[in-house]
Write a protein that binds this ligand. Structure first.
Ligand code: AMP
Length: 177
């Protein structure tokens, strides 16, 4: 792994082999989130990157994306909006299905979560194949938001997920090749 932020952040991530299925190395960020200095560092690094960009919503993806989205939104002084799995959001939503290795996933956002032209930052804990974030980008494009950036704590570079995210600037704290 290479780090922009120094070794301490990476050392707080726990690696679980064969979860949720054999052959997957799961990067467990709960061990980073529960560490006060680690969590603060993540939020401070994102804050330094995105302050002054007039972002009015940080949009987080269920569920670990919510942890970062809400703390960062508080720091930036903006709102937070949620992208969730089916059946969780109570009001009218728009949705996008996308393919997984086996089967499909679907994510939703409230139709009125973001206004047309609003500047948003999309955030999740980890970029793997990019399918989840590409679907989130499409939802925000359908709402005609202005996507200022896309942020992750970790990027699994060997899966080339960033190629699915097209023209939008991506910022990642930890790159795993
Ligand atoms: P993807 O759509 O393939 O980019 O997967 C991204 C989503 O799945 C994120 O919300 C991650 O939290 C989760 N995810 C995928 N692969 C891993 C992994 N190896 N370790 C931890 N989380 C993962």
């Amino acid at each position: 792994m290479s780090l922009e932020a120094g070794n301490d952040l990476e050392s707080l991530i726990r690696i679980i082999p064969d979860f949720p299925k054999k052959g997957i190395q799961f990067l467990d960020l709960t061990t980073l989130f529960k560490d006060p200095a680690g969590l603060r560092k993540v939020i401070d690094l994102f804050y330094d990157k995105y302050k002054g960009k007039e972002i009015s919503q940080v949009v987080g993806i269920e569920a670990r994306g919510f942890v970062v989205a809400s703390a960062l939104a508080y720091r930036l002084g903006c709102g937070v909006s949620l992208i969730r799995k089916p059946g969780k959001l109570p009001a009218e939503t728009i949705s996008k299905s996308y393919a997984l290795e086996y089967g499909t996933n679907e994510i939703h956002i409230h139709k009125d979560a973001v206004d047309k032209g609003e500047k948003v930052l999309l955030i999740d804990d980890l970029l793997a194949t990019g399918g989840t974030m590409a679907a989130a980008v499409e939802l925000l494009e359908r709402l005609e938001a202005e996507i200022v950036g896309i942020a992750f704590i970790v990027e699994l570079g060997f899966l080339n997920g960033s190629e699915k995210l097209g023209k939008y600037p991506i910022h990642t704290l930890i790159h795993k090749d």
